[in-house]
Every structure is written in C-alpha cells, then in structure tokens.
Design a protein around this ligand. Sequence first.
Ligand code: PLP
Length: 410
Amino acid sequence: MISENLFNEAKKFLPGGVDSPVRAYKPYPFFAERAEGSKIYDVDGKTYIDYCLAYGPLVLGHANPLIIEEVTKQLKNGTAYGVPTENEIKLAKQVVKRVPCAEMVRFVNSGTEATMSAIRLARAFAAKNKIVKFEGSYHGAHDCVLVKSGSGAVGLPDSPGIPEDTTKNTILVPFNDEKAITELIKKEGKNIAAIIIEPVMGNVGCIPPKEGYLKFLREITAENDIVLIFDEVITGFRIAEGGAQEYFGVTPDLVTFGKILGGGFPIGALAGKKEFMDMIAPSGTVYQAGTFNGNPVSIKAGLTALKQLDSNFYSEMNLKGNKLRAGIQEILDSQNLDFKVAGLSSMFQIYFTDRDVLNYEDAKSAETDIFQIYFNKLLQDGVFIPPSQFECCFLSLMHDDDDIQKTLEV
Ligand code: PLP
C-alpha cells in the first residue's frame, strides 16, 4: 500500500505525522491524490465519500468546475499584487449584501486570522480587556494567544507558556446558560470587551443555540457596552445566505468568516458596522495587514463561489440535508442503537452514545467507529467513509444525489 509508506514518511517529516487530531483518518492512513465532487481518491486507488467536505469549505464540491475555470484565468494574470483590486470591492459588496451586520469587510487569509483580528478590534473599540468565550468553542489555532484555549474543542490541549494576563483576561462560560452570563456581567461587565460565540457550536457537535439565546446575548451586550462577535467561520454562507445572523434573526457587532467564502481557496474575513471597522488603521489604531490579504486568486474563487450560493442552492441544500439526516436516522433506529443527531439540515452530526451531546466533555469521546459496521456495504463496494469524517460534523452532501441514495440503501 502506497499510503502505508507515506504514513511512515509523514511520521518522519511532518510534525505530528498524521496523528494530529485534525489530520488523521483512522483507521485508514489514507493520502489523497485527487478529489472531485463529493469524492476523494487516495493514492491506493480507493474512493472515499467526503461527508466533511475538507472540514467545511467545499459545499460546492471538490474541484468545482466554475471555480477552477475562473481561478485558472486569474492565475495567468498573477497571484498576488500587494494592492487592492476591483474584485476585492466586488466581493466585499457581496458580503455586505448578504450579511446583516456587515457594512465594511476586511479580507484576511484564514478563519484564525479573522477571529484574532476581530478580538483586537473589539478590545480597541471597547477600551476594555476581558474576552468571554464558551466552553467547547473553537476560534482557530491561535485561540490561545488572545483567548485562552482550554475549551476542549476538538480535543486540543492548551499551549504552554501563555502569558498569565492572557489567561486572566479570558473567561470561559457554559453555552446556552443565561444565568451564567447574567451573573458574570453583573460582576465583571465593566471589564469585558467582547463576547465571542460560534452561533451553532460546530466544534463540539453542531449544538444550536436555545430559542432566544442569541437575542438575549444581543440585548445584554448592548446594555453593557460589550462587543458581540459571531464567529461564523463554519455557519457563514452555510446555514443561510446571510449565515447565522439571517437564520436566527440576530445581528452582532462583528462577524468572522473563513471556509466556504473561498470556495476551496484560503481566505478569511472580518466584517461589521463602519464604526467598528473604522478602528482598523489608518482611520483607527488597530494595525491589520498580511502579505496575501485580499490576494486576487482567493478573491476570485470567493466571487465565483458566492455566485453559485444563491437562494436555489440553499433550498436544495436543506432538502438534501433533511433527506440524508432522516435516512441515516431511519437506518440507525432500525438497529436499536442509542444515538443522537444534533444540528441543522445544513450542518449536523451524529453520535452513537447514550450520553448527552450537550455535555461537550462526553461528546468529545463519543464512539463513532460504529460507522464502519453500518457502512460496511459501501466498504465492500469499494467506497469508504473514514469514521473520523463523521466525527467531524457537517453531514450534508450538497452535490451528489447518487451518493446520498447509496448511503441510504445500506
Ligand atoms: N472559528 C471556527 C468556528 C472554526 O471552526 C475554525 C476552524 O475550524 C476557525 C475559527 C479557524 O479557521 P481556520 O482553520 O481557517 O484558521
């Protein structure tokens, strides 16, 4: 097996090998060779259904033909200019048109960069230091620098050596718990710069907010001069055209994006009302720059992705997502298994556990290998679904009805 050799090489040359929590597909050490639509093909010639869609960005499918065509044209015209382009303005206008809180948009390279920058903006705007985040939330690989990680999201450990005042300035609270926030703000409100939230808690099992919870957060933050940041790196352009803000009808002060926005190319963005975005230098005091920020390739990919993410796309996605979810649920019901499905039609996760998914500690260790058994037929047909893909959420296949049918027939 070619992948077994690569597996050994990876251990030598790639830090963490392929055993890191987010890059392993146990028990198959598969190495991708190419991908198209909903499928990934590995170096050994096996085919995988990619339910996770490369950790979320590829709702339009791998190697989306229109994106490939437009990006290829752009590549011939240069990959990085270090100056803005008309397309950057066009993409910003698209974001503003869709996203309720967005009046201005700054493009960056990743979701991590977007959330880090949003937190810096919020601190500057509020002239306070403390940041509130939710247990189990994940805001990027550099969470720990500005916001102590320590949440347990995707099982990441805390980085050592974080300065004491960083940890002191971060407050972890339980999700969906109004009392905890109310008491915290009563005690600490005058020091809290921002509350940052994944509107649907994607990294611990697609847990949606309780009815009225986001509205409650909106009201209490407005009353106490606290900036409300929605981290929509997962939900943005996924759960509705305008993301969680449209879906739940609540408008934050700042929002961060990544994943889907680039149609498979690296991009991130932060957006918000002018008064917040004006904190960026030179109109404000927050330095924000990056060599590849607003690079024409990712911008072109983003424009081409959004063109395809129209209202038809979202209604079709919801239909397919519901169908897939109901079908899987039916199969599992017939097996008398203890399982739970959490999330929305566009973004859901299944746990085989009698433990409560709302308890993120348990969710983290939920058993998912059972998929190997129930999708055995697909395995026999030579189509694989790595169990950890299922663990990863986003169970919705947007672009390949045949595969959905196949899954439901198992
Ligand atoms: N915020 C959320 C909610 C995420 O899920 C992620 C990544 O999974 C990030 C931020 C970080 O984005 P990126 O991996 O593009 O840096």
